[in-house]
Ligand binder design. Sequence first.
Ligand SMILES: NC(=O)c1ccc[n+]([C@@H]2O[C@H](COP(=O)([O-])OP(=O)(O)OC[C@H]3O[C@@H](n4cnc5c(N)ncnc54)[C@H](OP(=O)(O)O)[C@@H]3O)[C@@H](O)[C@H]2O)c1
Length: 355
Amino acid sequence: MKHAMIIGATGITGGYILRDLAARPDWKVTGLCRRPPAESAPNVRWIGVDLLDKAEARAKLGGLSDVTHIFYCGFLPLGRDEQYLPANGNVAVNLALLANAVEPVTAASKGLRHVQVMQGTKYYGSHIGAFKTPAKEDDPRHMAPNFYFDQQDYVTELQAGKSWTWSCLRPHAVMGFTVGNPMNLLAALGLYAAISKELGLPLKFPGQEGAYRAVYQVTDAGLLASAAHWAATTPACANQALNITNGDFFRWESLWPRIADHFGMKAGGVQTIDLVSFMADKAPLWERMIAKYDLMRTPFTSAVNWAFPNYVFKATWDQMSDTTRARKLGFSECFDSEERILEQLGEIRRARFVP
Ligand SMILES: NC(=O)c1ccc[n+]([C@@H]2O[C@H](COP(=O)([O-])OP(=O)(O)OC[C@H]3O[C@@H](n4cnc5c(N)ncnc54)[C@H](OP(=O)(O)O)[C@@H]3O)[C@@H](O)[C@H]2O)c1
C-alpha cells in the first residue's frame, strides 16, 4: 500500500491528483490545506494546516511515519497584480509552504520514496515575455527571482544522499472542472462566454491581438494527474523535471470561433478589455442567470478570478514546451487540445456550472 501526502489537495492540480490516486486500489491519500472539505472518500484523510506556521506544521505532520510519496501542489498568491507571477516577492512564502510540509514528513517517514513538486511553464519565464521555444527542461534559467528555482533547489539539496527521489512537473494552463480555484482557465472561458451570450453579444476575444494569434498550449488536469502518478512511480523519472502538456499547440484565433459555435454565438474578433474591471459589476447578472437556467449556486467571486484570464490573454508571445522527454521516458497520453477544451466546456455546461 502506497501512502500519498498531497500538499494543496483542494487546488486544481492537487485535487485532480488526489482523486486519481484515491481511485487506485493500492494507494491511501492524505490531503493537506488550510480549509479541508467536510466529506471525503474512505481512503482519503484530510489534515487542515496552515503551512506558513512552521510549528503548527511540525505538530500536525511530524507523526506521519508511513508516507511513501509527497506531491507538492501548494500555491500562495500575493496581491492582485503579482498573484500569478512567481517573481515579485512571493519567493519566501512559497518556499516556506513547501519546506514546512516536507521537512517533518521526510524526517518521520523512513520509507519515503518520492517527492514531486508541481511547477509550470513560468519556470522558463513565460510570464515575463518571449522565451526560447519550445522550452526544454534543462534550458538555462532566467534571472531570479522565481520561486520555482528556490523550490527545486531546496528539494535537490534535501534529497542529496537520501534513498528517495524527486521530480518536478511543468504543465501550462491546467484545464479542469473545479469551483473556487483562482487559476482556472476553463471556468473563465465558460463564464465569459455565457455572460457575453446573456448580454446578446458576440464572443469577442478579450485579450491582446498578439495573444489571439500566438501559439498556445494547455494541460488537461486529468492527464496531469495521470502524469504525476507515472512520474512518481517510474524510476527513469528520478531527479528530473518534466514538461507535461496535452502534447499539441493551438492558436486562440482557430479555437475562438469553435467556442462561439459551441455556445451558439457569433465570434466577434478581438476587443481588448480589462476583465477585472468589466466583470466587476456582473455579479447581479450572474445571480439572475443562476435562477433563470437552474445552475449550480456558485458565488460570482468564487466562480472565476478574472485576474487570471486577464494575465493569460495579455501574453502576446508563443507558449511552447517540448514534451519529448516525458514521451521518451514512456508517458504517451495526449489530447487534441481544441477538441478537448470543447468537450470540457460541454462537461461544465452539463454539470450546470454555466448554461
Ligand atoms: N492552475 C494552472 O493553470 C496552473 C498552470 C501551470 C502551473 N500551475 C502551478 O501549479 C502549482 C499549483 O497551482 P494550483 O493552480 O493547483 O493552485 P490552487 O488551485 O490555487 O491551489 C493551491 C492549494 O494550496 C493550498 N494552500 C494555500 N496556502 C496554504 C497554506 N498556507 N497552508 C496550507 N495549504 C495552503 C490551498 O488550499 P487552502 O487555500 O484551503 O489552504 C490549495 O489547496 C502552482 O505552482 C501553479 O503556478 C498551475
